[in-house]
Write a protein that binds this ligand. Structure first.
Ligand code: HEC
Ligand code: HEC
Length: 248
């Protein structure tokens, strides 16, 4: 940044000199004007860092950062026993922005799951981006139906009440925003636990205080959430557990 300001000062000084020496021909002035406007747009860019240098993930680097994750997310059928027994979520094939968002939610405490909180605390922003880029491309892509299969009337009423497909997509695998998750085909028991966790408030070790999904999940009883989870978990999806050896 220092270098950049030095460059700016240098260019501006040069420009004033050019103007000062009125012996310069007009073309020269025009050129330096073009130069000045270029530095101004550079300055504007630097004032908007999100646009100028939005951080991106590198999947190849990510592969070197997942040794610890494999022990749970790389074993088919691996179960967690807190707060009840359910399968560890499938993250291969998940959208990278959602992976980063969920890791940040564990890091900040918005999501309270204790193990994932301590895992996420050890990750830098760049680690998260790299790991997410890796997992997004991990696994094999399948062609999915555009539309999820018709649900039984009772479940269909619940889906309509919650407008689930308006955010997660008509096949529950095409979220309208990349920071929203794909949920089709995710383990049913995990979906159920995740849905219930959005209803949990004021519990120090369990729950998710997400504003969007909190509002959605609180409209339903646990029995209804289970029906939703069972239906969505049965839909064909892109999420997978890709078995990986721990020591490669
Ligand atoms: C000890 C087992 C364990 C380890 C190690 C582990 N996870 Fe998890 N992970 C879980 C469990 C269990 C959950 C579900 C937690 C919950 O209910 O919110 C989870 C949730 C997640 C989620 C959210 C998934 C979703 O659909 O919302 C992401 C992303 C994730 N883990 C990534 C990672 C990464 C990356 C690593 C390695 C740096 C890692 N995990 C290490 C067990 C583990
Ligand atoms: C307004 C948009 C919106 C609607 C409507 C919506 N969701 Fe979500 N959903 C989200 C977002 C955003 C997240 C991620 C929240 C977070 O970061 O924890 C999410 C997360 C989830 C998760 C957790 C996924 C995981 O991997 O942990 C499940 C399960 C889920 N939604 C199911 C549903 C169901 C079932 C419905 C309908 C009853 C529904 N959603 C309606 C936006 C929506």
């Amino acid at each position: 940044m220092k270098g950049f300001y030095r460059l700016l000062i240098y260019i501006n000084v040069t420009y004033s000199e050019l103007v000062y020496k009125n012996s310069f021909i007009i073309i020269m002035q025009r050129q330096s004007l073009r130069f000045l406007s270029a530095t101004i747009s550079l300055l504007l860019l630097s004032l908007n860092p999100a646009k100028a240098n939005e951080p991106t993930g590198n999947a190849a680097n990510g592969e070197n950062k997942i040794a610890m994750c494999i022990g749970c997310h790389g074993i088919v059928g691996y179960q967690s026993s807190f707060p009840e027994v359910y399968k560890v979520p499938m993250i291969s094939g998940q959208t990278s922005k959602y992976i980063v968002n969920s890791l940040k939610a564990y890091q900040s405490g918005e999501r309270k799951h204790p193990t994932m909180r301590s895992v996420a605390k050890g990750l830098s922003e760049q680690d998260m981006l790299d790991i997410a880029a890796y997992y997004e491309k991990h696994g094999t892509s399948t062609s999915l139906p555009e539309q999820a299969s018709a649900a039984p009337e009772k479940v269909n009423n619940l889906l309509t009440k919650g407008a689930c497909n308006s955010c997660h997509g008509a096949n529950y695998s095409k979220p309208i925003d990349p920071s929203f998750p794909k949920i089709a085909g995710q383990s049913r028991d995990y979906l159920f636990v995740a849905l219930k966790s959005y209803k949990s408030e004021g519990n120090t070790t369990w729950g998710r205080s997400n504003a969007i999904m909190g509002g959605v999940a609180k409209q339903f009883s646990n029995a209804e959430l289970k029906e939703l989870a069972n239906y969505i978990g049965k839909q064909p999806g892109e999420l997978q557990v890709v078995p990986q050896a721990k020591f490669r």
